[in-house]
Write a protein that binds this ligand. Structure first.
Ligand code: UDX
Length: 462
């Protein structure tokens, strides 16, 4: 069976913007039901709906050439040879599997819409992170609802992008994973999508595997990455208690080529939209498969992360003479990591909530996160605390300097480069004494700060 030559794609997000850039011969339409988002994608001054370094340049080059943005989902489906389904799969908030399982409602709605609207055969690509064997459900829905002469092939093509480096990750991916049924039709559909990526990705980096392996690999990759962080964070607790230095330990073990040096940075805890969600998903999957020991193993990775955040808050309180009541703490950074405005599962949210419940005052500054988002996250984190109370205790500042003024302590929650470049002498002069710095990201030069006069507490050091 000859692979279909893809000339039109319907999809969403940065991946497809890059496909458009790299494949000028393919028309790419990014469809979204949300008018405000589509307007932002189309805005004349390129005020795009997401902040991602390099994305604006990609959109500037391809928009209007072979990259289009629209709310007309049906037209997008009708015209495309290949459709990426990239919708949200948040953790379920109620019903069976609440708090663990992925909510597949949007995946199902999108699949039904494709079946309803399509009048010709399509390749449907599962891009959202989904539990293993979701493609099976998609196929059943498509086959049960399709018109005669419409054949659907399902592929799994998980996203491995990290926020803040999404565009460089897309330009030079470690690998592109495409999963298909091992039938002649499945293999042929896989070849069609491989050809699209092969426009800029070396063939040996495009991996073709079975559908279920592809689905599970996405969860597995995130679980293994998060597990590394929880492992190094568990060791950071031992370092603090023994006098070992977590940076030295990470450096030493990272030299073993089997372990490798990446993703061994101890921190106040991992955040982001994927790690916790995907692990909980894996826990739920394991439980559904009657594998309780496997479920418990992965659950511990998330529990360790929660412990790390709690441990850090406690260390702040303990160090500041066992009370922070009425004291002012500057929290630098609110995003879950540097170079993003995303705050999902950010450790800063938990820290500020803990400081609030100790009756401290908090000044918070982040170079990217918008004020409204901070209020929303803090309100969600403390549903029983009235909004006025939160606003009495928390002040959002316009600069790190402003946040630190008259504070008793500075807590570094996100590793923004600019926090390293602060004039720490000036910060010290403006703070109450003794002035504490709690570095939750191993960011600042602790020795230099100590010489200025700060009392410095760093994660993973005694
Ligand atoms: C992650 C995966 O890296 C990516 O492949 C997947 O597609 C989506 O999830 P992302 O959430 O954007 O990407 O961020 P990542 O850079 O992985 O960091 C996640 C969290 O771990 C952040 O809070 C980060 O600060 C923290 N982290 C990362 C550490 O604490 N230590 C490290 O060594 C690395």
């Amino acid at each position: 069976m000859a692979p279909v030559k893809v000339t039109k794609i319907c999809c969403s997000g940065p991946t497809c913007a890059v496909i458009a850039l790299k494949c000028p011969h393919i028309t790419v339409t990014i469809v979204d039901l949300n008018q405000a988002r589509v307007d932002a994608w189309n805005s004349p001054d390129f005020k795009l709906p997401i902040y991602e370094p390099g994305l604006e340049e990609v959109v500037r080059e391809a928009r209007g050439r072979n990259l289009f943005f629209s709310t007309d989902v049906d037209k997008g489906i009708l015209e495309a040879d290949l459709i990426f389904v990239s919708v949200n799969t948040p953790t379920k908030k109620s019903g069976v599997g609440a708090g663990f399982a992925a909510d597949l409602n949007y995946v199902e709605l999108a699949t039904r819409r494709i079946a309803q609207v399509a009048t010709s055969s399509k390749i449907v690509v599962e891009k959202s992170t989904v539990p293993c064997r979701t493609a099976e459900s998609m196929r059943t829905i498509l086959e049960a609802n399709s018109k005669p002469n419409c054949h659907f092939d399902i592929l799994s093509n998980p996203e491995f992008l990290a926020e803040g480096t999404a565009i460089t990750d897309l330009f030079a991916p470690d690998r592109v994973l495409i999963g298909s049924l091992q039938t002649p039709e499945g293999i042929s559909a896989c070849a069609s999508l491989t050809e699209v990526y092969a426009n800029w990705v070396p063939k040996d980096r495009i991996l073709n595997v079975g559908l279920w392996s592809s689905e599970l690999s996405k969860l597995a990759a995130n679980a293994m990455l998060a597990q590394r962080i929880s492992s190094i964070n568990a060791l950071s607790a031992i370092c603090e208690a023994t006098g070992a230095n977590i940076d030295e330990v990470a450096h030493a073990i990272g030299y073993d080529t089997r372990i490798g040096p990446k993703f061994l940075k101890a921190s106040v805890g991992f955040g982001g939209s994927c790690f916790q969600k995907d692990i909980l998903n894996l826990v739920y999957l394991s439980e559904s498969l009657h594998l309780p020991e496997v479920a418990a193993y992965w659950r511990q990775v998330v529990e360790m992360n929660e412990h790390q955040k709690r441990r850090f808050s406690k260390r702040v309180v303990d160090t500041m003479f066992n009370t922070i009541t009425g004291k002012r703490i500057a929290v630098l950074g609110f995003a879950f990591k540097a170079d993003t405005g995303d705050t999902r599962e950010s450790a800063a949210i938990t820290l500020i909530r803990d400081f609030q419940s100790e009756k401290a005052y908090v000044n918070v500054y982040d170079p990217q996160v918008v004020e409204e988002q901070i209020w929303t996250d803090l309100a969600e984190a403390s549903p029983l605390v009235p909004e006025e109370q939160i606003k009495k205790q928390v002040r959002i500042c316009k600069s790190a300097m402003e946040a630190c003024r008259d504070a008793e302590a500075v807590v570094i929650a996100t590793e923004w480069k600019e926090f390293n470049e602060i004039n720490w002498e000036e910060v010290y002069q403006s703070m109450n004494k003794p002035a504490f710095v709690f570095d939750g990201r191993l960011l600042v030069d602790a020795e230099k700060l100590r010489n200025i006069g700060f009392k410095v507490v760093t994660i993973g050091r005694p």
